[in-house]
Design a protein around this ligand. Structure first.
Ligand code: ADP
Length: 439
């Protein structure tokens, strides 16, 4: 305000000087007086309106727009209209924002909006609880300062969010979260968190149940099977009926044993606490063992070949890889009629990937079944699977083992012509020549 009065003084002084000049030069005192008073009144009028405008500007959000005089009346009227429109828009935005906040608060999922540097822009109350955030205090903070779990930081960095991340080690004990990031706008990201503690508990119970039941069943089955086999071999067991019954009982107990073994293997593989035993696996040796095992299973009914494109060692668990590759070889023999061919192959791909594949000239698989083959107990032909000693769990085991090695199981097949099952390993699994000794 003082600025205005200063200006008023400066303008008054200027008018006074000009009036003096008119008086001095033109020797016209009335004209000089008239000019001075008229100009001075004009300036006072503008300065008063400007002062009102200035006072309004300093509190524009709460004060009403002043009512001007003269030409200022129109200016303030237009301004008043604009301000009223702006307030109306503002109220509408505020209402929309409040509605959105109420809706996101009611969401059964935590929501955090992150900017291009992963700083928190907004979060709903559930996200506060999930990540231990305080919506007011932590605004503008980088989310990775507050949620520091390495797997979470890696997930944010990876920039590929097709699969959700399961986060166990959260700020709250026992809380298990499923996290998903969604990119939107030019560089923003929406972090969605879901409490899956309950689901995890059920899943753990299911896994424990399968493991426990399988353990409980295995011992009595082994004992019964042992007795059945011993009695079958007894030379003085005359009764043909008894021998046939024992044979049937033996087949069934063996089948149950295989089933229990496969269930236990799957349950071990699914247990996330069971980390992969990293060893150096000599591929050439493993392939020769598999060839021998395949030949022994085929019993001379098929032609089995081995093609090795390179002699490498890969990082991974030898027993698991043996089990996965063995399952594929066994299937190729089981689903290929006598006289057919089975080729075991280790190949190098131009991009550095390496693949173990088994190609057979067997019965093949119709396209509609292929995507479901790795589901537990999914079989194309149940009776054929049973007749050849299958459990329906082999490919589920192969898929799990491949995943634990960051490898991918690929299946291509043509009905009546044969199939190729490949496990493709990433280049990082290759152990360069000269590193350590083979396992
Ligand atoms: P199974 O013990 O029944 O063989 P798997 O999980 O190993 O169970 O395989 C699932 C199903 O996939 C099999 O029942 C069979 O129908 C089909 N399958 C697997 N391997 C082959 C193959 N090499 N040729 C044709 N069908 C196959």
């Amino acid at each position: 305000m003082s600025d205005f009065w200063q200006r008023a003084l400066v303008y008054s002084f200027t008018i006074f000087v000009i009036s003096l000049l008119i008086w001095a030069i033109a020797d016209a005192l009335p004209a000089a007086l008239f000019f001075g008073v008229a100009m001075w009144l004009r300036i006072i009028h503008h300065l008063r309106n400007l002062a009102a405008f200035d006072s309004w500007l300093s509190n524009a959000d709460t004060q009403e727009v002043p009512v001007g005089t003269g030409m200022w009346e129109d200016v303030f009227a237009v301004l008043d209209k604009l301000v009223k429109q702006r307030r109306k828009d503002h109220e509408q935005y505020a209402a929309a924002l409040q509605q959105m906040q109420q809706a996101t608060s009611a969401l059964p999922e935590g929501v955090v909006i992150l900017d291009d540097a992963d700083r928190i822009e907004w979060c709903n109350p559930l996200a506060e609880r999930h990540f231990g955030l305080d919506a007011k205090r932590d605004m503008g903070q980088q989310i990775t300062y507050l949620a520091r779990q390495p797997e979470f930081v890696q997930y944010l960095d990876r920039n590929v969010f097709t699969e959700p991340l399961v986060l166990r080690d959260t700020r709250h004990e026992d809380l298990v979260l499923s996290i998903k990031l969604i990119a939107y706008g030019s560089s923003k990201r929406l972090l969605i968190s879901r409490d899956i503690t309950h689901l995890e508990r059920i899943e753990t119970m299911r896994r424990d149940f399968v493991a426990n039941v399988s353990h409980e069943l295995r011992t009595p089955l082994t004992v019964v099977n042992g007795f059945v086999e011993t009695m079958q071999d007894m030379p003085n067991l005359e009764n043909d009926m008894a021998r046939r019954a024992l044979k049937l009982m033996g087949d069934q107990t063996s089948r149950m044993e295989r089933l229990v073994d496969d269930l236990l293997t799957l349950s071990r593989l699914e247990n996330e606490q069971n980390v992969l035993q990293e060893e150096q696996v000599n591929v050439q040796e493993l392939m020769h063992t598999l060839l021998e095992e395949g030949r022994s299973l085929s019993n001379g009914q098929h032609v089995l070949k081995l093609e090795l494109e390179s002699d490498v060692r890969i990082g991974g668990c030898g027993n698991e890889l043996h089990s996965a590759f063995g399952n594929l070889v066994t299937n190729a023999v089981r689903y290929t009629p006598p006289g057919g061919e089975v080729v075991l192959r280790w190949s190098e791909q131009p991009d550095g990937h390496m693949a173990f594949s088994v190609k057979d000239s067997g019965i093949g698989i119709a396209p509609q079944h292929i995507s479901r083959l790795t589901e537990r107990f999914y079989r194309v032909d149940r009776s054929r699977s049973r007749e050849t000693g299958g459990t329906g769990l082999g490919l589920a085991i192969v898929k799990h083992i491949a995943m634990r090695h960051q490898a991918q199981l690929n299946i291509s097949s043509a009905e009546g012509k044969g199939s190729t099952f490949s496990v493709v390993f990433p280049e990082k699994r290759r152990i360069p020549p000269g590193v350590g000794a083979g396992a």
